[in-house]
Ligand binder design. Structure first.
Ligand code: AFP
Length: 296
């Protein structure tokens, strides 16, 4: 990259800046979480550099584990019940469970679960064996996912994927859609509240589309339409299981008329319209269906 554009890179949103910006919104906190995250980022940068040197896979597993244990303990914000007992004077408020190189045969990514210790003093197994819903999200406000990519020459993670908002529907059915669906999708493409348009992602496999929706948020729609007045997907073994997962993840699942899980099928292969995903997105389309019902 030429020097001129390098000079402009000082305005890049790095993960360090992002975390500190978010931290500044919570003056009441001691900043422990921001410090902890920055130590994890340091570990990631170190491991990424080792990976790029083509270190042998087995060594990498051991190396990456040591890197993160040392980074976390030196942060003074964590407890490590197995590899190292953190000196009481350096005890923090978080315990971190991690797989340093998930899928290390592909050297893909580290996965971290950060849990707030329930009480000061000794770490107990109860502090670690917490339900997933207690995990801290690296997100603020209504959740959402920001993607950062390591720029090795810069040695910083750069914000490359702003809060990704996704809608998932077979646009080939657009001429068959009912009014609420058509209006909702229109708003995804041309938002009138100044937010950026949503990205369309559609695989054509409900499991894959819903899995991505669980990971990144957004909404999946297979509504009733002129071609499929009862929707295409089967209630018992497509809509219900996916709706259950979505509700457990804090989202919603709606048929266009009612909560999907309240539907009582009359036959085994009964079909049901289904709209499921993030709470705010489903609430938005529910309001469109309610407005249409009022007009009828
Ligand atoms: P197939 O098994 O026939 O490919 O259908 C898959 C599916 O039942 C469901 O997994 C998809 O979400 C949906 O159909 C895709 O349907 P369209 O191809 O009409 O979009």
């Amino acid at each position: 990259m030429d020097h001129a554009s390098d000079a402009h890179r000082t305005d890049l949103m790095t993960i360090t800046r992002y975390v500190l910006n978010e931290q500044s919104k919570h003056p009441e906190s001691r900043g422990d979480f921001a410090i902890l995250l920055n130590h994890i980022v340091l570990g990631c940068t170190f491991v990424c550099s080792a990976v790029s040197k083509g270190e042998e896979q087995k060594k990498l597993d051991v190396l990456s584990n040591e890197v993160f244990v040392k980074a976390l303990v030196s942060s003074g914000r964590t407890e490590d019940e197995e590899a190292t007992l953190v000196d009481p004077s350096k005890r923090g408020r978080y315990c971190v469970c991690f797989d340093p190189l998930d899928g290390s045969s592909n050297i893909d990514c580290g996965i971290f679960g950060i849990y707030m210790i329930k009480h000061d003093g000794e770490l107990t197994l109860a502090d670690v064996m917490q339900p997933g819903k207690n995990m801290l999200m690296l997100s603020t406000g209504s959740g959402g996912v920001n993607g950062f990519t390591l720029d090795l020459p810069l040695g910083e993670f750069i914000l490359t994927h702003l809060d990704i908002k996704i809608y998932s529907v077979n646009e080939g059915n657009v001429k068959n859609w009912d009014e609420p669906t058509a209006k909702f999708v229109e708003k995804c493409k041309f938002p009138n509240n100044g937010s950026s348009p949503k990205s369309l992602r559609y695989i054509g496999s409900m499991v894959a589309d819903v899995h991505r929706t669980l990971l990144y948020g957004g909404i999946f729609l297979y509504p009733a339409d002129k071609k499929s007045p009862n929707g295409k997907l089967r209630a018992l073994y497509e809509a219900f299981p996916m709706s259950f997962l979505m509700e457990q993840a804090g989202g919603q699942a709606f048929t266009g008329k009612q909560r999907a899980l309240d539907l009582v099928p009359k036959k085994i292969h009964e079909r049901s319209p289904i709209v499921l995903g993030s709470d705010d997105d489903v609430e938005e389309i529910k309001a469109l269906y309610a407005a249409q019902e009022k007009k009828e």
